[in-house]
Ligand binder design. Structure first.
Ligand SMILES: [Zn+2]
Ligand SMILES: [Zn+2]
Length: 278
């Protein structure tokens, strides 16, 4: 492992999975979604090319799986141009060091997320009291220490563009984390939402396992700023996305997505807020 890059001391495999684990699907011709255990990664690609951009970097210990998915989709010479992070939680950076070393690629994240990606600041401890669900109850075992990507990580361009993803803009959607971003393409309404909202009740082990579709706010046990999280959901709903892939849960589109977002905005306290924050 590169001596300039380290996971936190609490880095570990998390024994949680879902019926979607190992499943890949083409969301759009240039967006390919893969689920590893309980988290999604997205490949953005160029028609007829073996090059791609990876959005988020999976669960701890999933690097071999992610490389295999890339090679199956784009061929043995599959080549990443960059990794874009929606945020730095363990289930979005779980394989990132191995992937950066394998593909020799730069990582981009929001300025406010960089302290958590350069060893300067740990995320708050997960809060198991937010929900009675078993994922919430097991959340204290989730890694929350900062990882250190050293000089491999840099700030997203200030003009809102996303490197190597023409047509996409990054949108600051804080609340779940301070530097959380979502990626949106106006041309076709495609949204990569990260954990700003998710399409599964992520606190429930049963619902996570079955991946029952249900539009929810960000995972409760790891969200410290609910006022900002609500503002972020409102911003994303106002974009009127036509299709969304979120950090957890299956992709959603059309009426189901717009209806789900409308409901979430109208009933944010009921649907999204933890009991102790209402
Ligand atoms: Zn997260
Ligand atoms: Zn997540």
């Amino acid at each position: 492992m590169n001596k300039n890059m380290n996971y936190g001391d609490d880095y570990r495999f998390i024994p949680a999975t879902s019926v979607q684990s190992g499943v890949s699907q083409e969301l759009l011709p240039d967006l390919y979604v893969h689920t590893s255990q309980i988290a999604n990664i997205v490949f953005y690609s160029y028609p007829g090319s073996n090059e791609f951009v990876l959005i988020d970097a999976g669960m701890p210990k999933s690097a071999e799986e992610i490389i295999a998915v890339a090679e199956r989709r784009f061929g043995k010479n599959a080549k990443a141009k960059a990794i874009i992070l929606t945020h730095g939680h363990f289930d979005h950076v779980g394989a990132i060091i191995e992937l950066v070393e394998h593909w020799q690629v730069p990582v981009f994240a929001h300025l406010l997320e960089l302290p958590y990606l350069t060893g300067l600041k740990d995320y708050p401890e997960p809060d198991p009291t937010v929900d009675s669900g078993l994922v919430a109850k097991m959340s204290p075992m989730f890694p929350n220490e900062a990882i250190d990507l050293g000089e491999s990580v840099q700030e997203l361009p200030l003009d809102g563009t996303v490197p190597f993803m023409e047509g996409f803009k990054w949108i600051h959607t804080p609340g779940h984390t301070p530097g959380h971003v979502s990626l949106f393409r106006e041309r076709d309404g495609a949204l990569i939402a990260g954990d700003a909202f998710v399409t599964v009740k992520q606190e429930s082990l049963y619902k996570v396992f079955t991946q029952e579709k249900e539009l929810n706010g960000p995972p409760k046990y790891l969200t410290p700023d609910w006022a900002a999280a609500f503002e972020s959901v409102k911003i994303l709903a106002a974009l009127n996305p036509s299709v969304a892939v979120t950090g957890h849960g299956v992709p959603m589109s059309g009426e189901e997505l717009s209806e789900g977002l409308r409901k979430l905005v109208d009933n944010f306290d009921k649907i999204a807020l933890p009991n102790n924050k209402k």
